[in-house]
Design a protein around this ligand. Structure first.
Ligand SMILES: [Fe+2]
Length: 199
């Protein structure tokens, strides 16, 4: 989750968005907290309650800020947006929402993280099955973020392209390793080509 907060900082830097220091601070904290209510890891409602308690008792954010941060965190995930669309927000909160959301989407290109999550979610599956899950998720979802308009900030589009290349290569290496090739690097490239994963 610190990775998402780092991504928030990086996006603020590269996109040169006109966020005030307060908005930037809110975006970083939202990025830090957002996984604490991710239904992949916990009961979402419990996570939201815990985030609310933390923000109310241990920070100086005011009531309105806390309400809106929880709205940002609770509506920004890919699955929520696909199901419900982008929520209507005013000009102050909209850029905060999109920065945190971009930061979260960019984290999804991490093959290792995706593999680890799937191992946690499907503990009985072997590496090959898990690798297939990662590849499928990348193909049907992550590598389409730009094309489907989820990632649209211009520098983030470039960043996503680089991350996509890296993840395609890593996935190729992983597939090569699983096939028992000694030189994972070369095997990765070959397998990536064969699977039409363009490097
Ligand atoms: Fe996330």
């Amino acid at each position: 989750m610190t990775k998402v907060a780092f991504n928030v900082l990086a996006i603020l830097n590269i996109e040169k968005l006109p966020l005030s220091p307060r908005q930037s601070f809110i975006a970083v904290v939202s990025g830090l907290l957002h996984d604490c209510c991710d239904k992949k890891y916990m009961v979402e409602e419990e996570g939201i309650l815990e985030i609310r308690r933390f923000l109310e008792e241990e920070t100086t954010f005011d009531r309105m800020e806390i309400k809106m941060m929880i709205q940002v965190i609770g509506t920004m995930s890919y699955s929520k947006v696909v199901a419900n669309g982008i929520p209507v927000m005013d000009a102050y909160w909209k850029p905060i929402y999109h920065v945190v959301r971009h930061a979260d989407l960019l984290e999804a290109y991490d093959v290792k993280r995706c593999f680890q999550y799937n191992r946690h979610a499907y503990p009985t599956e072997n590496r090959k099955q898990l690798t297939n899950r990662v590849e499928k998720l990348m193909k049907v979802r992550v590598w389409k973020y730009v094309k489907d308009g989820h990632i649209f900030y211009p520098k983030c589009v470039e960043w996503a392209d680089q991350l996509e290349n890296k993840s395609r290569f890593q996935l190729g290496c992983l597939a090569g390793f699983l096939k028992g090739h000694e030189e994972g690097f070369r095997a990765g490239v070959e397998i990536a080509k064969r699977r039409r994963i363009h490097l």
